[in-house]
Design a protein around this ligand. Structure first.
Ligand code: NAP
Ligand code: MG
Length: 501
């Protein structure tokens, strides 16, 4: 395990932003919380307080929903043409691109991820998502439908559908990709003409607040996007239950996803959920060994394993099991760990003390059930929330570490004999978010892809995301698809209009 050295200097604008006492964005104004309360966000590399942020609660959510309702019903948003909406969303993308360095530094500070990753992935993917969705604003179309009504013989009808915005949307996002998750949520909602109340995760509210400033600079009218930081049990729960919210979109744990669903039942608001995963990554003996090993390591260690689609169950054909596991373990041991802002860091700390405890708890449980670490297997150091990249063998499908989402840099490796033996194992999960297949036999790879119960299957690659590619889960991994044209379905209602001619 190498450690990195020498820190990146913060942009002056980032230093002053972090030092600020942060407010919330409601109706185009930066305001204190109604209670006057604030909460801290921490630097996970040190455990020190990074910033104080206004703590939103029910009253703030009420104010934000009211502003979003006004902007939707009578405000300028509903009066803009699709082209004008698209142009504003595109402008926001340009501003994100312009502020890539600042956004990446904030993300690295607040979440712990390496600055290089935030620069190369989080910020550019967020900008690209807004650009892609800006294009959709002018292409949300209905259809004309020929009718054959049997009980009105001789009458002709002209029937068509309209795709209309669903209305005021509540969006609740997690801490693993704070800026990018905000983009996945806001982009399609705005393209469809909805207005939004966004609640970022308590662990990582800062990039969403910077984004709020860019939203203002881009010229989105007041009330169209409201950002209310706060805790899930208070602000989040109030948003999910709010009677004047038409739809709630959530990304996070399956456990909280079920609470969102219950809260939404009060006014039967529409619900979309992007939840957990325990994704199988399958390596066949005919795979290109080098890329499969690199891919298997990347699948679990990218973003410290804090990805809902992390390839956390590695299934390797028995003939090459030792070679692949050894290769992944060697890669794990070479990963340079350190604070996200230090040059050379390849893996930063986990996001919070709570996650550190969770992940270490799983490592203990694995050991107690007989698993063996061939790399990592423990916390690194005493300061910050670092866990060594870990490869576990001697595992079986019944173990907690193989069944439950760990959400850390921990992969369990299991051998298999042939595709017939593999398939039921790969699908033996309450989750169904993603899967990977590594093989040089395209017939075999596509055949398996069609049988895996997962919303995304990557063949000879992993963690490839694109604004045009829908993403979401089977089974308890969620409801609905984000990104791609499918995301528009989450934010529109279909109206059928039927006229007798
Ligand atoms: P979480 O509790 O599901 O948090 C996700 C979001 O939901 C946060 O904004 C959170 O707010 C909010 N929230 C929490 N309780 C709520 C409630 N009762 N009503 C409305 N909103 C609520 O996730 P976590 O506790 O941060 O992480 C726990 C586990 O969830 C992880 O170990 C991982 O397994 C999973 N997870 C999955 C994803 C994913 O991308 N699918 C992302 C993150 C975590 P606060 O953070 O402010 O409390
Ligand atoms: Mg933080």
């Amino acid at each position: 395990m190498a450690t990195a050295a020498s820190a990146t200097n913060l942009e002056p604008s980032v230093s002053s932003f972090v030092e600020r006492k942060h407010k919330m964005l409601i109706d185009g104004k930066w305001t204190e919380s109604a209670s006057g309360k604030t909460f801290p966000t921490f630097n996970p590399a040190t455990g020190d307080v990074l910033s104080e942020v206004a703590e939103g609660d029910r009253e703030d959510i009420n104010r934000a929903v009211k502003a979003a309702r006004a902007a939707f019903e009578s405000g300028p948003w509903s009066k803009l043409t699709p082209s004008e909406r698209g142009r504003l969303i595109w402008k926001l993308a340009d501003l994100i691109e312009k502020h890539t360095e600042e956004l990446a530094q904030i993300e690295s500070l607040d979440n712990g991820k390496p600055l290089t990753v935030a620069r190369a992935a989080d910020a550019p993917l967020a900008a690209d998502l807004f650009r892609y969705m800006a294009g959709w604003a002018t292409k949300i179309e209905g259809t004309t439908i020929p009718l054959s009504v049997p009980y009105t013989p001789g009458t002709q009808y002209f029937a068509y559908t309209l795709r209309e915005p669903v209305g005021v949307v509540g969006q609740i996002i997690p801490w693993n990709f704070p800026l990018l998750m905000a983009a996945w949520k806001l982009g399609p909602a705005l393209a469809c003409g909805c207005t939004v109340v966004l609640k970022p995760a308590e662990q990582t509210p800062l990039s969403a607040l910077w984004l709020g400033e860019l939203i203002e600079e881009a010229g989105l009218p007041a009330g169209v996007v409201n950002i209310v930081p706060g805790y899930g049990e208070t602000a989040g729960a109030a948003l999910a239950a709010h009677p004047d919210v038409d739809k709630v979109a959530f990304t996070g744990s399956t456990e909280v996803g079920k609470l969102i669903l219950q809260a939404a039942a009060g006014n039967l608001k529409k619900v979309s959920l992007e939840l957990g995963g325990k994704s199988p990554n399958v390596v066949f003996a005919d795979a290109d060994r080098k890329s499969a090993i690199a891919g298997a390591a990347g699948a679990i260690f990218f973003n410290h394993g804090q990805c809902c689609c992390a390839g956390s169950r590695l299934y390797v054909e028995d003939k090459i099991f030792d070679e692949v596991v050894d290769g992944v373990a060697q890669r794990a041991n070479r990963i340079r760990m350190g604070p996200g802002l230090e040059t050379g860091t390849q893996m930063g700390p986990l996001v919070s003390e709570e996650q550190l405890r969770r992940v270490c708890g799983y490592l203990e449980s694995g050991k107690a059930q007989g698993a063996k670490a061939v790399a990592g297997g423990e916390r690194m150091g005493e300061k910050g929330y670092f866990v060594k990249p870990t490869v576990l063998v001697n595992t079986n499908d019944k173990m907690k570490i193989v069944q439950e989402e760990i959400f850390g840099p921990v992969v369990t490796a299991i051998p298999f004999r042939d595709p017939e033996e593999l398939l039921p194992k790969a699908n033996d999960s309450v989750y169904g978010l993603a899967a990977g297949v590594w093989s040089s036999d395209i017939k075999k790879a596509h055949a398996l892809a069609s049988k895996l119960r997962a919303g995304t299957v990557w063949i000879n690659c992993y963690n490839i995301f694109d604004a045009a590619l829908p993403f979401g889960g089977y089974k308890q991994s969620g409801w609905g698809r984000e990104m791609g044209r499918q995301a528009l379905e989450l934010y529109t209602e279909t109206k059928a209009v039927c006229a007798a001619l």
